[in-house]
Design a protein around this ligand. Structure first.
Ligand code: SF4
Length: 422
């Protein structure tokens, strides 16, 4: 027993020493590693969640150029922050960062605090990000344990606990506290992350080049690829939706209609093409693609409910937007504006009024059909319906779109430009 404990202790010492030496030799030159600026480290850590380093680098440069300090981020219009984040996904992260920047400005004079409780109190900062900021920027001996780190530790120490469970994370955090060499928290935590990113990768760990292979218990037991143990999350629920690409005419010729989402809920305040859930098939079976005529009819009524007079003219394309809990399959129809709608300033009034009236009064539409909800995801007060705009390609720079709509709009304007050249 004593011998076992001794071996375990040796394996820990070996791990810390060899990992650090390897990191000093092999670490990548990443923009946020060139400074110990806690603001930069915080932004990079939030951006890196669920996103690859190569993708993050250009976003990081743009973000820091546009918002070089905590104050500049706190004082910026939310629209600008979302625009800078556009394409990175998980937009609540961007909103939380700005909220937290305001906290830092108001409570800590614009300086990211070197204090555990204060960092934990910032919006959107969980145990991993707090640990990363405190250790990397301030060299505090705090663990920063994410999925990559848990993978490395599960393999090296042959831990079979389910990493999807909270107590496993707590156990791993305790282990990291033991492993951090004195005065080396910043480099050690980054080294762990680096090993997970470059060597101890999810599918094919490169054990032969690994600096800690000699004592890796998972490797020695031949089960490194079975680790970590992780129970599968529930798959996201599929949802079929009908979307309208409304092409303007007259004063709106060359433009398409976009709407802003409500100020809370899914993709809050972002811009999109109008869309609604496809109705259930007969007998309440799960939603599947509707026959084209039924889909167009449904879409026409949805547009009408929203105060948008437009006629669907045919299916254009399908697109997917994946959230953690839901997958939208958007069947996008090209629609033609039937009579000119008021311009931007009045857009909200017209768009909102028709919908609010229909939603509140349960009134029937002119064709006798029941109105549909403008937004159908429980996103609040019918008065909070955002705005609509008619935009051309150049206007896209002024609005923040979720990826799927960015791609759809770019495809549409590409097609229009090509058609114009022929
Ligand atoms: S030896 Fe292989 S499994 Fe073990 S830590 Fe290194 S890369 Fe991961």
């Amino acid at each position: 027993m004593i011998q076992q404990e001794q071996q375990q202790q040796e394996a820990k010492v070996f791990f810390s020493r060899h990992l650090l030496e390897w990191y000093q030799r092999e670490k990548r030159d990443l923009p946020w590693r060139r400074h110990r600026n806690p603001y930069y480290i915080w932004i990079s850590e939030i951006m890196l969640q669920q996103t690859r380093v190569d993708t993050v680098i250009p976003y990081f440069h743009r973000f820091i150029e546009r918002f070089p300090t905590v104050e500049s981020l706190a004082d910026a219009p939310e629209e600008d922050v979302l625009k800078c984040w556009e394409g990175l996904g998980y937009y609540s992260r961007a909103r939380n960062i700005q909220h937290a920047a305001k906290q830092v400005k108001e409570l800590y004079g614009g300086q990211v605090p070197d204090d555990r409780d204060a960092v934990f109190g910032l919006k959107g900062v969980g145990p991993y990000t707090a640990g990363a900021i405190l250790s990397i920027a301030f060299n505090r001996p705090e663990p920063a344990v994410d999925g990559n780190v848990m993978r490395v530790l599960s393999r090296y120490f042959l831990i079979r606990d389910d990493i999807a469970k909270g107590p496993t994370r707590v156990k791993m955090e305790g282990l990291v506290r033991e492993l951090i060499p004195e005065g080396e928290a910043s480099s050690f935590n980054q080294a762990l992350m680096e090993l997970g990113a470059l060597v101890c990768t999810p599918k094919s760990p490169r054990c032969l080049t690994c600096p800690v292979m000699e004592h890796c218990a998972g490797r020695l037991a031949g089960c490194e690829t079975e680790l970590p143990v992780k129970t599968k999350a529930k798959p996201p629920r599929p949802e079929e939706r009908l979307a309208a690409l409304v092409e303007g005419r007259g004063a709106h010729a060359g433009r398409v209609l976009i709407r802003q989402r409500p100020s809370s809920g899914l993709l809050a305040r972002m811009w999109e093409l109008p869309h609604w859930p496809a109705p259930p098939a007969e007998g309440g079976a799960p939603r599947t693609p509707l026959p084209e005529a039924a889909a167009q009819d449904r879409l026409r009524r949805s547009l009408q409910s929203a105060g948008i007079s437009a006629r669907p003219e045919g299916h254009w394309m399908a697109a997917e937007h994946v959230f953690s809990h839901i997958v939208w399959t958007l069947q996008v129809y090209r629609c033609r504006e039937e009579e000119a709608l008021p311009l931007a300033a009045e857009g909200r009034a017209v768009y909102g009024a028709a919908a609010a009236e229909a939603a509140a009064g349960g009134a029937l539409l002119p064709d006798g059909s029941a109105p549909v909800e403008l937004f159908d995801d429980g996103s609040g007060d019918p008065a909070d319906r955002g705005a609509v705009r008619w935009i051309n390609r150049a206007d896209m720079a002024n609005y923040a779109f979720p990826n799927v709509f960015l791609k759809l709009l770019n495809s549409y304007f590409d097609e229009q430009e090509q058609a114009g050249q022929e």
